[in-house]
Design a protein around this ligand. Structure first.
Ligand SMILES: Cc1cc2nc3c(=O)[nH]c(=O)nc-3n(C[C@H](O)[C@H](O)[C@H](O)COP(=O)(O)O)c2cc1C
Length: 373
């Protein structure tokens, strides 16, 4: 397993992004804001991607751009763009470069429906000419200033026509000077329901791996990564260079600590976080969230996180119900006070079957917010 990953042209050390572990925090709309990213980084996450940002919101300036601004310590980071028109998405890429993003990532993966008959996100996989034009426009606009990557689903659906469209787009990304692609092992039509198809990732690596290596193009995998060992299992099974951790890191930044410990051969790598460790992270996450979003939005956000964090607690179900019922910051703090004021061992974080299968109530329906937070 290669310990170091590099995004960027050979010989261009100034602009290359070097990542010292084969995993990163995925874009997760509604979750992966700067607070979540900073918590992840503190736990050993070497690289983050923002949630998908709509190009038009970046281009409209004002709030859209403000929300995409980055803190000094929030690096290395890719800003992820989503849009329908090559000119707009290219202009959005320029905004990201000017804001100091280390990498520009193009979203060809989100299963959100078409808007006004225009494809965007994963729907562009069904119109390969448009997808290729978008990649070309972004490459042109970025002009080698920072590395570019693309996020794809393994195909729009399982028809031969769509599978061949995927290959055309993947090949175009390699030829247009992109530095890598991460492929989610589900189709767009599948949304989040049912398991991803790992063998599809293996086939992509088998088909493109040599060419990708020669070009310095990294291939990433996404799908069904719930715990740290899943990262290494995916690399082993598929041969991808690195893995994106998505739902598996919501309320679970320890997945990154554990992954680093597994890399170091630590036999205690999978020790669950103690109750005090959980409390400290919840508190830190909450404090950053309030500073970034103000109390009202932070309280909604932290309720969602609290529910996910609860899984590490020995009284997980009860803690979860209390976080669900918390409707104010005061009530949220009261949950912390009640369940986290005495220390003790935590429990392993295993999401329920329905959630792993995309059938849970909070399964995503969209993956773009106006602009990345
Ligand atoms: C709530 C939610 C929001 C997501 N938002 C984005 C996004 O903005 N950009 C993106 O590339 N992928 C997004 N994804 C997809 C994930 O990055 C990942 O590819 C997918 O969840 C599969 O990985 P998993 O099965 O390990 O969760 C989102 C997924 C979820 C569950």
């Amino acid at each position: 397993m290669a310990a170091m990953l590099r995004l960027g042209k050979q010989g261009d050390e100034m602009r290359a992004v070097v990542i010292d572990a084969p995993f990163y925090q995925a874009g997760l709309a509604g979750y992966s804001d700067a607070a979540m990213r900073m918590v992840a980084r503190k736990h050993g996450c070497p690289y983050c991607i923002t949630e998908a940002m709509l190009d038009v919101f970046l281009l409209n300036g004002g709030k859209g751009v403000k929300a995409a601004e980055l803190g000094d310590r929030d690096h290395p980071i890719a800003g992820q763009l989503m849009g329908s028109h090559p000119d707009d998405i290219a202009a959005g890429a320029r905004v990201l470069v000017s804001l100091g993003y280390d990498v520009v990532d193009v979203n060809l993966a989100c299963p959100v429906k078409k808007i006004k008959k225009k494809a965007r996100g994963g729907h562009l996989l069904s119109v390969p000419d448009e997808a290729v034009a978008i990649l070309a426009a972004v490459a042109d606009a970025v002009g080698g200033e920072v590395p570019m990557t693309v996020k794809l689903r393994r195909s729009y659906d399982d028809t031969p026509e769509m599978v061949s469209a995927f290959h055309r787009i993947f090949q175009a990304a390699m030829e247009q000077g992109f530095s890598g692609a991460t492929v989610h092992s589900r189709t767009v039509q599948q949304k989040y329901v049912g398991p991803g198809r790992r063998s599809a990732l293996r086939e992509i690596v088998d088909q493109y791996g040599d060419d990708a290596k020669a070009r310095g193009f990294t291939i990433g995998g996404s799908g069904d990564v719930w715990e740290a060992p899943d990262i290494f299992a995916m690399i082993e099974q598929t041969g991808v260079d690195w893995v994106s951790v998505a739902r598996g890191c919501i309320g679970n930044p320890w997945v990154f600590t554990q992954a680093r410990k597994l890399m170091a051969g630590d036999p205690g790598a999978m020790r669950p976080p103690t109750i005090f460790e959980q409390r400290d992270v919840l508190h830190e996450h909450f404090t950053m969230s309030v500073a970034m979003h103000g109390e009202s939005l932070a309280s909604r956000t932290m309720r969602k996180f609290g529910i996910r964090f609860a899984r590490h607690h020995p009284c997980g179900d009860e803690v979860k119900q209390c976080f669900i019922a918390a409707s104010s910051l005061r009530e949220w703090h009261a949950v912390l006070e009640r369940f986290y004021s005495g220390d003790g061992p935590g429990v392993r974080n295993v999401p329920p079957e329905a959630e792993r299968d995309g059938r849970a109530d909070d399964a995503p329906t969209d993956c773009a917010i106006p602009a990345g937070r």
